[in-house]
Design a protein around this ligand. Structure first.
Ligand code: T46
Length: 140
Protein backbone atom coordinates (compact mmCIF):
# COMPACT_ATOMS: atom_id res chain seq x y z
CA UNK A 1 0.00 0.00 0.00
CA UNK A 2 1.59 3.29 -1.10
CA UNK A 3 0.90 6.19 1.18
CA UNK A 4 1.99 9.81 1.49
CA UNK A 5 0.94 11.73 4.59
CA UNK A 6 1.94 15.07 6.08
CA UNK A 7 1.60 15.17 9.86
CA UNK A 8 1.75 17.96 12.42
CA UNK A 9 4.21 17.45 15.27
CA UNK A 10 3.67 18.80 18.76
CA UNK A 11 6.57 20.87 20.11
CA UNK A 12 7.17 20.74 23.82
CA UNK A 13 8.16 24.30 24.40
CA UNK A 14 9.07 26.38 27.38
CA UNK A 15 10.84 29.69 27.88
CA UNK A 16 14.11 28.15 26.66
CA UNK A 17 12.80 27.09 23.25
CA UNK A 18 11.25 24.08 21.58
CA UNK A 19 11.81 20.33 21.48
CA UNK A 20 10.10 17.67 19.39
CA UNK A 21 10.44 13.98 20.19
CA UNK A 22 9.95 11.32 17.53
CA UNK A 23 9.13 7.92 19.00
CA UNK A 24 8.18 4.59 17.54
CA UNK A 25 4.48 3.82 18.06
CA UNK A 26 3.77 7.32 19.39
CA UNK A 27 4.19 9.56 16.36
CA UNK A 28 6.39 7.35 14.14
CA UNK A 29 4.34 4.45 12.74
CA UNK A 30 7.21 1.96 12.39
CA UNK A 31 10.26 0.62 14.19
CA UNK A 32 13.18 2.96 13.43
CA UNK A 33 16.20 1.11 12.07
CA UNK A 34 18.11 3.96 10.44
CA UNK A 35 18.47 7.72 10.72
CA UNK A 36 20.23 9.91 8.19
CA UNK A 37 20.28 13.59 7.42
CA UNK A 38 20.86 15.56 4.25
CA UNK A 39 22.75 18.82 4.61
CA UNK A 40 25.08 21.15 2.69
CA UNK A 41 23.04 20.48 -0.45
CA UNK A 42 23.89 23.01 -3.14
CA UNK A 43 20.91 25.28 -3.79
CA UNK A 44 21.01 24.65 -7.56
CA UNK A 45 20.72 20.85 -7.37
CA UNK A 46 17.84 18.42 -6.98
CA UNK A 47 18.03 15.03 -5.26
CA UNK A 48 16.15 11.78 -5.06
CA UNK A 49 14.60 10.74 -8.41
CA UNK A 50 13.91 7.21 -7.27
CA UNK A 51 11.37 5.02 -5.49
CA UNK A 52 11.77 2.26 -2.92
CA UNK A 53 10.17 -1.15 -3.13
CA UNK A 54 10.08 -1.78 0.60
CA UNK A 55 10.72 1.22 2.78
CA UNK A 56 8.85 3.54 5.11
CA UNK A 57 10.35 6.90 5.98
CA UNK A 58 9.53 9.80 8.25
CA UNK A 59 10.99 13.00 6.80
CA UNK A 60 11.43 16.28 8.66
CA UNK A 61 13.07 19.44 7.36
CA UNK A 62 14.63 20.53 10.63
CA UNK A 63 16.22 23.67 9.21
CA UNK A 64 15.59 25.76 6.09
CA UNK A 65 13.29 24.49 3.37
CA UNK A 66 12.95 22.38 0.26
CA UNK A 67 10.22 21.29 -2.12
CA UNK A 68 9.44 17.60 -1.93
CA UNK A 69 7.68 15.89 -4.85
CA UNK A 70 5.99 12.49 -4.48
CA UNK A 71 4.22 10.19 -6.90
CA UNK A 72 2.34 7.09 -5.74
CA UNK A 73 1.78 5.70 -9.23
CA UNK A 74 -1.53 7.53 -9.62
CA UNK A 75 -1.08 10.96 -8.06
CA UNK A 76 1.80 13.45 -8.10
CA UNK A 77 1.98 15.76 -5.09
CA UNK A 78 4.19 18.65 -4.01
CA UNK A 79 4.98 19.35 -0.36
CA UNK A 80 6.76 22.44 0.95
CA UNK A 81 9.00 21.22 3.76
CA UNK A 82 9.77 24.38 5.71
CA UNK A 83 9.01 23.61 9.32
CA UNK A 84 10.49 21.35 11.96
CA UNK A 85 6.90 20.92 13.15
CA UNK A 86 5.83 18.93 10.08
CA UNK A 87 6.67 15.36 9.17
CA UNK A 88 6.18 13.71 5.79
CA UNK A 89 5.54 9.98 6.06
CA UNK A 90 6.12 7.86 2.96
CA UNK A 91 5.42 4.15 2.82
CA UNK A 92 5.09 1.62 0.06
CA UNK A 93 6.09 2.27 -3.53
CA UNK A 94 6.50 6.06 -3.72
CA UNK A 95 8.61 8.06 -6.17
CA UNK A 96 10.39 11.00 -4.52
CA UNK A 97 12.30 14.08 -5.64
CA UNK A 98 13.69 17.03 -3.69
CA UNK A 99 14.12 20.48 -5.22
CA UNK A 100 14.75 24.13 -4.28
CA UNK A 101 16.96 23.59 -1.24
CA UNK A 102 17.45 26.74 0.77
CA UNK A 103 20.93 27.57 2.03
CA UNK A 104 21.51 25.66 5.27
CA UNK A 105 18.64 23.22 4.68
CA UNK A 106 18.85 20.10 6.86
CA UNK A 107 16.48 17.19 6.14
CA UNK A 108 16.36 14.41 8.72
CA UNK A 109 14.99 11.01 7.73
CA UNK A 110 13.94 8.10 9.94
CA UNK A 111 13.61 4.77 8.13
CA UNK A 112 12.24 1.35 8.96
CA UNK A 113 14.95 -0.52 7.00
CA UNK A 114 18.71 -0.42 6.89
CA UNK A 115 20.31 0.92 3.71
CA UNK A 116 19.84 -1.42 0.75
CA UNK A 117 20.87 -0.36 -2.75
CA UNK A 118 18.76 -3.17 -4.22
CA UNK A 119 15.59 -1.56 -2.87
CA UNK A 120 15.91 1.44 -5.23
CA UNK A 121 14.03 1.93 -8.52
CA UNK A 122 15.83 4.62 -10.50
CA UNK A 123 13.78 4.57 -13.67
CA UNK A 124 10.42 6.41 -13.57
CA UNK A 125 8.83 4.18 -16.23
CA UNK A 126 9.88 1.08 -14.30
CA UNK A 127 8.40 2.65 -11.15
CA UNK A 128 5.07 3.29 -12.93
CA UNK A 129 5.07 -0.27 -14.26
CA UNK A 130 5.62 -1.77 -10.79
CA UNK A 131 3.07 0.60 -9.22
CA UNK A 132 0.46 -0.48 -11.80
CA UNK A 133 1.29 -4.13 -11.15
CA UNK A 134 0.73 -3.63 -7.43
CA UNK A 135 -2.54 -1.82 -8.04
CA UNK A 136 -3.75 -4.57 -10.35
CA UNK A 137 -2.89 -7.07 -7.62
CA UNK A 138 -4.89 -4.97 -5.17
CA UNK A 139 -1.84 -4.05 -3.12
CA UNK A 140 -2.33 -0.29 -3.33
C1 T46 B 1 15.14 9.36 0.14
C2 T46 B 1 15.64 10.73 0.16
C3 T46 B 1 14.81 11.61 1.03
C4 T46 B 1 24.15 5.51 2.34
O1 T46 B 1 25.30 5.03 2.34
N1 T46 B 1 23.29 5.18 3.34
C5 T46 B 1 22.02 5.68 3.37
O2 T46 B 1 21.27 5.34 4.30
C6 T46 B 1 21.60 6.56 2.33
C7 T46 B 1 20.18 7.12 2.33
C8 T46 B 1 22.49 6.88 1.35
N2 T46 B 1 23.75 6.38 1.35
C9 T46 B 1 24.72 6.81 0.34
C10 T46 B 1 24.33 6.41 -1.08
C11 T46 B 1 24.88 7.53 -1.92
O3 T46 B 1 26.26 7.31 -2.19
O4 T46 B 1 24.73 8.24 0.32
C12 T46 B 1 24.82 8.74 -0.99
C13 T46 B 1 23.65 9.65 -1.30
O5 T46 B 1 22.44 8.88 -1.28
P1 T46 B 1 21.23 9.13 -2.29
O6 T46 B 1 21.77 9.49 -3.64
O7 T46 B 1 20.32 7.97 -2.21
O8 T46 B 1 20.56 10.41 -1.62
P2 T46 B 1 19.25 11.19 -2.02
O9 T46 B 1 19.31 12.46 -1.28
O10 T46 B 1 19.07 11.27 -3.50
O11 T46 B 1 18.03 10.29 -1.46
C14 T46 B 1 17.94 10.01 -0.08
C15 T46 B 1 17.50 8.56 0.15
O12 T46 B 1 18.30 7.66 -0.59
C16 T46 B 1 16.09 8.30 -0.22
O13 T46 B 1 15.68 7.07 0.31
O14 T46 B 1 13.97 9.11 0.31
O15 T46 B 1 17.00 10.85 0.55
Amino acid sequence: MASVEMVQLNPMGDERGSLIALETSKNVPFDIKRVYYIFDTHTDVSRGFHAHRNLSQFIVCISGSCRFVTHDGATRREHQLNSAENGLILSGLVWREMHDFSPGCVVMVLADQIYDQEDYIWDFEQFLYEARQRRAAGEC
